[in-house]
Design a protein around this ligand. Structure first.
Ligand code: ZN
Length: 231
C-alpha cells in the first residue's frame, strides 16, 4: 500500500507541475498581443469558414482553460478570456478547439474511436478501482475463486480508462497540428506570435501525456497486486 501512495503522490506532483507550467505559459502568451487584432472568437469563426464548416457555432463558456469542442451540439466553447481577447494564447486555443471541429467534420478515425468509448469509460472508470479493491478483499491474491475474477474485471475496466487516455493523445496532438498549420498558412499570426502559440499548445498536450502515463502506471501497479500476488 505504501508503494501505491508513493506512486499516486508522484503522479499528482508531476501533473501539478505540468499544469502550473501550462498556466504560467498561458499567462505569458496572453500578453503577446496579435498584430492583426483578431479575438479568439474571430479566429475560430475564420478557421471554421476556411474549412467549409458552417454548422458549428462558436460560443463563450465560463471558467479558465475550460475550452472544448462539443460534438453533440456542434459548438466550439471558448472560455471568456480566449473568446474576447486578442493574443497568441487565445489564438492557439481557439484554433485548437476548431481543430477538433475539423476532425469531427472529416470523421478523423481517432476522434471517432474516442467518441465511441466515452459512454463506456464514463461508467466504468469511476468504479474500476472499487471493483479491484472488492476483488482483493474477497481474496484475489490467492489467484483463484470469485475474488480473483472480480479483481480481473476491475483491471479490465481500468484498462479501458488507460486505453481511452492514450487514444486521447493522437486526437489532441492532431488538433494542435491542424491549428498550427492553419495559423501559419493563413498568416493569422506573425512568426513570433506563432512561436508563442506553438509553445502554449505543446504544454497543453503535455498535460494529456502525463494523464495517460499516470493512468498506465496505476494500471500496472494494480495489475501486479492482482496478477503477481500468487507466489
Ligand atoms: Zn483538445
Amino acid at each position: 500500500m505504501l508503494g501505491y501512495y508513493i506512486l499516486i503522490g508522484g503522479i499528482a506532483l508531476i501533473s501539478w507541475l505540468v499544469s502550473s507550467k501550462l498556466k504560467s505559459k498561458f499567462k505569458f502568451y496572453s500578453k503577446v498581443h496579435l498584430n492583426n487584432g483578431m479575438s479568439g472568437a474571430e479566429i475560430a469563426e475564420k478557421m471554421l469558414a476556411d474549412h467549409g464548416i458552417r454548422d458549428v457555432k462558436v460560443v463563450s463558456t465560463p471558467g479558465m482553460l475550460s475550452d472544448h469542442y462539443n460534438p453533440k451540439n456542434k459548438t466550439v466553447n471558448l472560455s471568456e478570456g480566449v473568446y474576447s481577447q486578442r493574443n497568441a494564447a487565445a489564438a492557439a486555443v481557439a484554433a485548437h478547439e476548431c481543430g477538433h471541429a475539423v476532425q469531427h467534420a472529416q470523421a478523423y478515425e481517432w476522434l471517432t474511436l474516442r467518441s465511441k468509448l466515452v459512454p463506456v469509460v464514463s461508467v466504468t472508470s469511476g468504479m474500476a478501482m472499487w471493483v479491484v479493491f472488492g476483488g482483493l478483499m474477497l481474496g484475489a491474491a490467492a489467484g483463484v475463486g470469485l475474488g480473483y475474477w472480480v479483481a480481473v474485471a476491475g483491471l479490465a475496466m481500468m484498462g479501458m480508462a488507460t486505453l481511452f487516455s492514450f487514444i486521447t493523445l493522437p486526437v489532441e496532438y492532431d488538433a494542435s497540428n491542424r491549428a498550427l498549420a492553419w495559423l501559419k498558412a493563413k498568416n493569422i499570426v506573425t512568426q513570433q506570435e506563432y512561436k508563442g502559440s506553438e509553445d502554449a499548445l505543446k504544454w497543453a498536450a503535455r498535460t494529456y501525456l502525463v494523464a495517460a502515463i499516470g493512468s498506465l502506471a496505476t494500471l500496472v501497479y494494480w495489475g501486479l497486486q492482482v496478477l503477481g500476488g500468487r507466489d
